[in-house]
Design a protein around this ligand. Structure first.
Ligand SMILES: [Zn+2]
Length: 313
């Protein structure tokens, strides 16, 4: 129907033909589970794709509760992009409920997953772990906090788009090449920034264990009162243990996260005498008016925030 209409328009109004084609190029409907994947997908897809992010800016995918509109987006989607590694607890039920026929692509496929740290001490007091900490999987899902992993995400996204839209494949391939070059430059920049931080000052605190891959890739040590999911709140004993650890490890800085309540981190800051060094963007981008509206902005902002808090500049 639309294609016929476009042909007619092109035949009768040659000058508008180019515009009509460009406007209707956004044909591939993509649903991304959260904002970081949505941004990577936008860089690969350009204006051939229309992307909907289920969990928006500053949203917490660990505890997200889907809305009816999310099922509707999924139903209409041509491609669904998820992180996988059991990051999106809400996703499998939602996909089932939506009845979507779209392929669901785990963009973390092919990364080297890090094991989720043992959290036995969290179960020693209270609920025996029936709730909360057992919701996450065997592996740490926050793989995007390493740029080489994001490069794998981008390749997986390009493959998914090529499979769903063969005519667009040259564009997706070209776009991802351009974007991968930017990520390679970012990796060099991040490593240089980290290198400027003295080795004895590389321990920092955040609210949940979202930076395991960052730690693994860049050699900063992150400690947190909450585990790899934000589902269960840290207990008083968790906090006491963390404060002991902070004193032992001589943490240099403490940060709140954009997706979590700052209260706990503020309490730890008071009790350890550390000053909150700013906000790290862990599991979501900022809105377009914030400091981290894209993946590249997010990474640069996090690294500079850490550096400035530690070096006091
Ligand atoms: Zn997280």
């Amino acid at each position: 129907m639309f294609r016929t209409l476009r042909l007619v328009t092109c035949a009768s109004l040659l000058t508008l033909c180019g515009f009509a084609t460009a406007a209707s190029a956004a044909d591939l409907k993509v649903v991304a589970s959260f904002s970081i994947i949505a941004d990577l997908a936008k860089n690969v897809g350009g204006d051939r794709v229309k992307i909907t992010s289920l969990v928006g800016p500053d949203g917490d995918a660990h505890v997200y509760e889907p809305r009816p509109a999310d099922a509707a987006s999924l139903e209409k989607a041509n491609v669904v992009l998820v992180n996988g590694l059991q990051f999106e607890g809400f996703m499998s039920r939602l996909i089932e409920a939506s009845g979507t026929k779209a392929p669901v692509v785990e963009v973390s496929k092919g990364i080297e997953p890090l094991k989720a740290e043992e959290e036995e001490h969290r179960h020693a007091h209270g609920d025996h772990g029936h709730e909360g900490h057992h919701h996450h999987g065997e592996f740490d899902p926050h793989a995007w906090q390493s740029i080489p992993n994001a490069e794998i995400y981008v390749k997986n996204i390009a493959d998914a788009f090529c499979a769903a839209d063969k005519a667009g494949c040259p564009t997706y391939t070209e776009n991802s090449k351009t974007y991968l070059a930017k990520l390679a430059a970012l990796q060099t920049e991040v490593k240089a920034t980290i290198a400027s931080i003295p080795e004895g000052k590389r321990t920092v605190i955040t609210s949940h264990d979202a930076f395991g891959y960052f730690q693994h890739e860049y050699g900063l040590k992150f400690i947190a009162p909450e585990g790899i999911s934000t589902e269960a709140e840290a207990s008083a004993a968790d906090v006491a243990k963390l404060i002991d650890q902070v004193r032992e490890d001589k943490a240099s800085a403490i940060f709140v996260e954009n997706i979590t309540n700052p209260r706990l981190v503020e309490q730890i800051a008071r009790e350890t005498g550390l000053k909150v060094g700013g906000t790290l963007y862990s599991d979501a981008l900022s809105g377009s008016d914030g400091p981290a509206p894209t993946y590249i902005d997010m990474f640069r902002y996090n690294v500079n925030t850490i550096k400035n808090a530690i070096l006091g500049s």
